[in-house]
Design a protein around this ligand. Structure first.
Ligand SMILES: NC(=O)c1ccc[n+]([C@@H]2O[C@H](COP(=O)([O-])OP(=O)(O)OC[C@H]3O[C@@H](n4cnc5c(N)ncnc54)[C@H](OP(=O)(O)O)[C@@H]3O)[C@@H](O)[C@H]2O)c1
Length: 263
């Protein structure tokens, strides 16, 4: 078990990526503290993990509320004594940010993903780091997508938001890695099982006149595997990156685009 007895906190754990990462971490032996803005989906993931023999507690925590994140982490410290892994899987619906050409986009809609993704990652990362510094050990993780490095139409401020997260990963690592804390991101291309990809499709469906199947094929055509990644494949890499076996990786975002994006 790669994460045996590691204490991991996941934000956005009721979502597709957060839930998949929680299941993979649990399978590898981690003790989980799952959080999300809405309690019910997080509780459902926690119940599934506990009934499969794992350890998971659920809590409602808004990742944009610094005090709420801090208080929750304090309760984790009181219960488990440490935080080994912090995983940010927070995501906002594409319906709020995608599908409008930049020339028509209002400034609030442009800044929504930039402010949401950068602020939540900043709060989550620095509050985890303050606890990890005590032990001079820990891993801080986040998820981005290839919009960070590619110009993709009708994605508004999403690309700048993803680029900001990847830049923050590097800066956090520059400050924290000398003190034993690794900071790594994962950059999957697009995962068809998720509502997020459905929303990205629906935002473009009218303009592109493609079906859902054609949309997936059009994405897969640009990678080497000619297929899109599964949630399990992404979560398996996340578990490895969180483990001590990845001790040589920090200050970087793992390219999971299956060749869609060159390094
Ligand atoms: N899906 C993909 O194909 C894909 C590919 C590459 C990268 N990503 C990135 O991965 C991340 C997660 O994507 P996903 O597909 O798992 O999205 P998702 O299924 O929509 O999950 C996102 C989760 O974040 C929660 N959340 C939103 N705002 C929050 C806040 N302020 N505090 C706490 N939790 C909050 C949501 O809860 P509520 O529902 O209660 O708002 C939801 O459970 C995003 O950053 C996305 O850009 C996704």
């Amino acid at each position: 078990m790669m994460l045996k007895d590691k204490v991991a906190v996941i934000y956005g754990a009721g979502g597709a990526i957060g839930g998949a990462v929680a299941r993979a971490f649990a399978r590898e032996g981690a003790r989980l503290f799952l959080t999300g803005r809405s309690r019910l989906p997080v509780e459902s993931v926690a119940r599934e993990i506990v009934s499969a023999g794992g350890s998971a507690a659920a809590a409602e925590v808004d990742a944009l509320d610094e005090q709420a994140v801090d208080e929750h982490l304090q309760s984790v410290m009181e219960t488990a004594g440490r935080v080994d892994v912090s995983f940010n899987a927070v995501g906002i619906p594409g319906t709020k940010i995608l599908g409008v050409p930049l020339v028509d986009l209002d400034v609030e809609q442009f800044f929504l993903p930039i402010a949401t993704y950068a602020t939540s990652y900043f709060f989550i990362a620095r509050l985890a780091a303050r606890r990890m510094l005590e032990k001079r050990s820990g891993v801080i993780m986040t998820v981005t997508t290839q919009h960070s490095r590619m110009g993709l139409a009708l994605s508004g401020g999403y690309g700048p938001a993803m680029a900001a997260e990847e830049a923050l990963t590097r800066v956090l690592s520059a400050e924290l890695a000398p003190q034993g804390i690794r900071v790594v991101g994962l950059r999957p291309q697009a995962i068809p099982e998720t509502g997020t990809l459905r929303e990205a499709f629906e935002a473009r469906a009218k303009a592109s006149a493609m079906t859902w199947e054609q949309f997936q094929e059009s994405l897969a055509r640009h990678n080497h595997s000619r297929r899109l990644m599964t949630l399990t494949e992404m979560a398996d890499v996340a578990a490895f990156m969180a483990s001590d076996s990845a001790s040589g990786m920090t200050g970087t975002t793992v390219n999971l685009t299956m060749g869609s994006l060159d390094d």
